[in-house]
Design a protein around this ligand. Structure first.
Ligand SMILES: Nc1ncnc2c1ncn2[C@@H]1O[C@H](COP(=O)(O)OP(=O)(O)OP(=O)(O)O)[C@@H](O)[C@H]1O
Length: 423
């Protein structure tokens, strides 16, 4: 599904490659954590999969295609099989929740009827039923990340890439997001997630690929964040930053198990202190709220009770071993989070034709590819100052970053428009 063969990635002006001779294969349906110290190459790895960057050496195959053979014009079509979630959510601030998710479908030309059914279904799946009319700023961080995940999966991608998706969230809200990602994976989507969060990796016991200075130094199945004493210390401090005492973690989990009413209040109003009361955040004042983040999946009380017990019996006085309450058994038995579109797609024949036409690969005009696909400019990553060679990428619209529109496509106001299919 994803294969790196001796891949090296060097950025202009850097003495050391970001990735150095990486050979790795990720199979269909796997859940893979990418771990490693800051700067070890995790984001570069993900950007290479997305073809946001090209390797300096080596080959990358994704979904059976060698990425070098995909021309720039075809990248948006390739990326429709990939969903992406970022640490900072990247929602359109002036669009409702519904429109943020619908955006991903409108850009690829889905019919209005399809959008009207697919968006609410997806919002329900991520635990945001009834919140479609909210604006992003009216949501908690965990809820905003759920919107971003809904946007990433509404198009039923085969692969979901997540770059620090819990990086801006408190431990309990993070646990809810992980539950969601695990269920997306359980329904068949391959998930590759870069993270610094030792507690989450330790709890989930999935495949771990560890990078150090651009090299794969560990590739282990059913593993934790670090091999005991291996000195993955570069991240230990940042992991600890979010840690809260075990008693507060236990309190947070207890709140999830007991405050059932919170789930039934999709429109909980902000408190007098300005904080939304149902967001699951462990607040600075020690209060704990519950938004269903960790139980949108209908977890049983017994499971929650055992999570609380685990939290209470945690030997270390940190939340790292307590907060992520995702249990592999529970996830294995969980029903699929979403079904394939064919099973419930009620689009009309006419709409299906429009969609088919809109998503049909475009053959480039003779000479349009100006030589090899590799001749495209080196794209810089989102959120980082672009290198001179990658200056173009600094102007990518959201649609382009999400891989829904060709960087060569129309420009002004793309992020703001209700755009149609790529022509
Ligand atoms: N566009 C760029 N131009 C130049 N150097 C870059 C660029 N992007 C990344 N790098 C460098 O490549 C190396 C790997 O960066 P990368 O972002 O992939 O690491 P990371 O493991 O994701 O780090 P973090 O955990 O801090 O996000 C770093 O030395 C970084 O400075």
């Amino acid at each position: 599904m994803i294969r790196f063969d001796s891949v090296t990635k060097s950025y202009p002006g850097q003495t050391r490659p970001a990735l150095d001779g990486v050979t790795v294969e990720i199979l269909r349906g796997e859940f893979v954590f990418l771990v490693g110290a800051s700067g070890s190459g995790k984001s570069s790895f993900l950007r290479l999969i997305l073809k946001e960057e090209k390797p300096s050496a080596g080959r990358i195959h994704v979904l059976g295609q060698e990425l070098r053979t995909i021309s720039t014009r075809k990248i948006p079509y390739f990326r429709r099989s990939l969903g992406v979630v970022f640490q900072d959510f990247r929602l359109l601030p002036n669009k409702t929740v519904f429109d943020n998710v619908a955006f991903a479908l409108r850009v690829i030309g889905k019919s209005r009827g399809y959008i009207q059914s697919a968006v609410p279904e997806t919002l329900k799946l991520v635990g945001l039923d009834g919140k479609g009319k909210r604006m992003p700023h009216e949501l908690s961080g965990g809820e905003q990340q759920r919107v971003a995940i809904a946007r990433a999966i509404v198009n039923k991608p085969q692969i979901l890439l997540a770059d620090e998706p819990t990086g801006n969230l408190d431990p309990v809200t993070s646990a809810g997001i992980m539950t969601l990602l695990e269920r997306i994976n359980a329904s068949g989507t391959t998930v590759v997630m870069a993270t610094h969060e030792a507690g989450i990796v330790d709890q989930m016991q999935r495949r771990v690929i560890e990078l150090s200075a651009g090299e794969v130094v560990r590739d282990e199945r059913s593993a934790g964040y670090a091999v005991a004493g291996d000195g993955l210390g570069g991240d230990a401090e940042s992991v600890d930053e979010g840690a809260v005492p075990a008693d507060r973690a236990a309190a947070a989990l207890a709140a999830i198990g007991t405050d059932a009413a919170a789930d039934e209040q999709p429109d909980a109003e902000p408190d007098a202190d300005g904080e939304t009361g149902a967001d699951g955040d462990v607040r600075a004042d020690g209060d704990v709220r519950a938004d269903g983040d960790a139980r949108a999946d209908g977890d049983s009380r017994a499971e929650e009770a055992s999570a609380v017990a685990a939290a209470e019996s945690a030997p270390e006085a940190t939340v790292q071993s307590a907060a992520p309450k995702v249990s592999a058994d529970v996830m294995r038995d969980a029903p699929p989070l979403y079904t394939e579109p064919e099973e419930r797609d009620d689009v009309t024949d006419e709409a299906a034709e429009i969609t088919a036409a809109a998503t049909m690969p475009i053959e480039p005009l003779p000479g349009a590819e100006a030589g090899e696909p590799d001749a495209e400019p080196d794209a810089g990553p989102p959120g980082r100052p672009a290198s001179p060679a990658g200056a173009k990428s600094a102007h990518l619209t959201l649609a382009e970053r999400l891989g829904l529109r060709s960087p060569a496509g129309p420009r002004a106001g793309d992020d703001e428009q209700e755009v149609g299919p790529v022509k």
